[in-house]
Design a protein around this ligand. Structure first.
Ligand code: ZN
Ligand code: ZN
Length: 242
């Protein structure tokens, strides 16, 4: 079976949690996708079912839902990673960090936004909890490895200044945060956003991963690099690629 080809998706009774299962040739990695909070921001739990090690990407909200899944599956969370620190991606960071004891890592250029997430949320008319402390920073090329899970950090700014994506090459999956979505891309009108920078990130870092890669975005359903390369109107409309 080809890595990344055996994807199963379920919704629970209220259409709430989505479960995506990838099993590579030599390992058993499961990726759980939970759309959480007022903006239905996807939180991903990547579990190595052989060692029970897990990594959380974007502890978006509703820490109880995240922890329920972690406990039900018997996982030990080793790292909490954030693609960026817009409040909707880190609302549960403090609670999940405290519940798991796992360190929170994100790019240096997102720390300011993390500290100010309350005031940014207030601009959207939403109330955010106190921000989490971060434990370390991530940069292009950094590899986070636990059990059979090996995540490579891709620096993909443009939606926010220190936005990163994570490639799970063994399964041909990329966690694209708010860089690339099904049929659209992240907005660039928030502080530190820049449209051409975002396009360069997508064209230089994400599209070269290859058409077979599954894209697990920060919002909405999964897609593939091939589908977005062929049909995404924002990418097709960008004149800068030549
Ligand atoms: Zn964002
Ligand atoms: Zn978002």
């Amino acid at each position: 079976m080809m890595p990344g080809q055996d994807i199963e998706v379920w919704y629970n009774a209220d259409g709430f949690a989505q479960f995506v299962d990838f099993c590579g040739e030599a390992m058993s990695i499961k990726v759980y996708m939970l759309p959480l909070g007022p903006l239905q921001t996807n939180c991903f739990v990547i579990g190595d079912m052989a060692s029970s090690d897990a990594i959380i990407i974007d502890p978006s909200d509703q820490a109880d839902q995240i922890m329920e899944l972690v406990e039900r599956e018997g996982l030990t969370v080793r790292y909490i990673l954030a693609t960026h620190a817009h409040f909707d991606h880190v609302m549960a960071a403090k609670a999940v960090r405290e519940a798991t004891g796992a360190p929170l890592w994100l790019h240096q250029d997102e720390i300011e936004q993390l500290r100010h997430m309350k005031s940014i949320a207030a601009r959207f008319g939403l109330t955010a909890p106190a921000p989490a402390e971060h434990d370390d920073t991530l940069a292009e090329g950094d590899v986070i490895e636990v059990g059979a899970i090996r995540l490579e950090t891709l620096y993909t700014p443009g939606h926010s200044p220190g936005h990163v994506s994570f490639a799970l090459r063994s399964e041909q999956v990329v966690f694209s945060g708010d860089c690339l979505f099904l049929g659209s891309t992240g907005r660039t009108d928030l502080p530190g956003g820049d449209y051409d920078t975002l396009m360069r990130s997508i064209f230089d870092k994400l599209l070269p991963l290859g058409d077979d890669y599954t894209v697990c975005p920060g919002h909405g359903p999964t897609t593939t690099i091939g589908h977005e390369r062929a049909t995404n109107p924002v990418l097709l409309g960008w004149g800068g690629q030549l």
